[in-house]
Design a protein around this ligand. Structure first.
Ligand code: CDP
Ligand code: CDP
Length: 227
């Protein structure tokens, strides 16, 4: 029997997916799964191994090194490559700026999609990414597509970076976000796209709590319908 719903949250870079998904997961006592972290982890590993980022067969073999661990009752997801925790390391700019090339490789997507479906199978999960509502969980009971203007998203990334001591100029961040969105939206296999039955939320002028409240309300309504 399913313990709770499947909630898919997709959207472009820095739209607020992970921040809001974590809050919502905690409110409903659901697992939070960040699928971007899986694509980041394989990219981190490929960079570290000095692999050619277009060499699908080689990179696919590196997937065995990656494990994801959840801390039940918390929105914490830890990522390991071999026995090294890379949860923070996979947020570095070199990973961010190369991940779209690796995530476009069909064999990598097939494998990670299978893992994501397994994680979501029991329900009670908020999963964020690019293709969750469209491909990974086409039957998710709740599908949200979060968007925000590119200027707002670059400002958000600027603040996040500043807190980590990284000082990339706003114009560079804006360019990087646009490039990543372009690559993610135009790849052949499961590109970033809004599922036909997803609810679109523009967060440009909404606070984190306002977005979380709206999504929580949508989940609550669905939960009532399912009973
Ligand atoms: O948090 P941020 O918006 O920077 O990105 P992320 O969610 O960590 O995802 C990093 C990258 O992984 C994306 O730019 C995509 O290339 C890829 N990704 C994907 O292809 N499919 C997903 N379901 C999630 C992420
Ligand atoms: O996961 P994704 O890349 O979509 O975005 P995120 O990492 O959750 O959010 C990027 C930044 O935007 C974070 O610093 C959030 O605190 C911030 N944010 C915001 O200012 N307002 C919102 N409504 C949502 C997120």
């Amino acid at each position: 029997d399913k313990q709770g719903l499947q909630v898919a949250i997709d959207g472009p870079a820095s739209a607020g997916k992970s921040t809001v998904a974590k809050i919502v997961a905690q409110r409903f006592n659901y697992i939070y799964c960040d699928t971007g972290a899986m694509y980041r982890a394989i990219t981190w590993k490929a960079l570290q191994a000095g692999a050619d980022l277009g060499d699908e067969a080689t990179i696919k073999q590196l997937l065995d090194a990656i494990t994801i661990r959840f801390e039940p009752g918390t929105p914490v997801q830890k990522v390991f490559v071999d026995d090294t925790e890379v949860t923070l390391a996979i947020r570095q700019p070199d990973v961010t700026n190369n991940v779209s090339q690796v995530s476009a490789l069909p064999a990598i997507r097939t494998e990670l999609t299978a893992r994501q479906r397994q994680i979501a199978d029991a329900g009670g999960i908020v999963m964020d990414g690019r293709d969750i509502g469209s491909t990974v969980l086409p039957h998710a009971e709740v599908k949200i597509f979060l968007v925000a203007s590119v200027d707002e998203r670059a400002q958000r990334r600027l603040k996040d970076n500043a807190a980590k001591g990284i000082h990339t100029p706003l114009a560079t961040l804006k360019h990087e976000i646009e490039e990543r969105d372009r690559k993610d939206s135009t790849r052949k296999v499961s590109p970033l796209t809004q599922a036909a039955d997803a609810i679109r939320l523009d967060t440009t002028s909404l606070s984190i709590d306002q977005v979380a409240d709206k999504i929580a309300e949508i989940i609550r309504e669905k939960e009532l319908q399912e009973k």
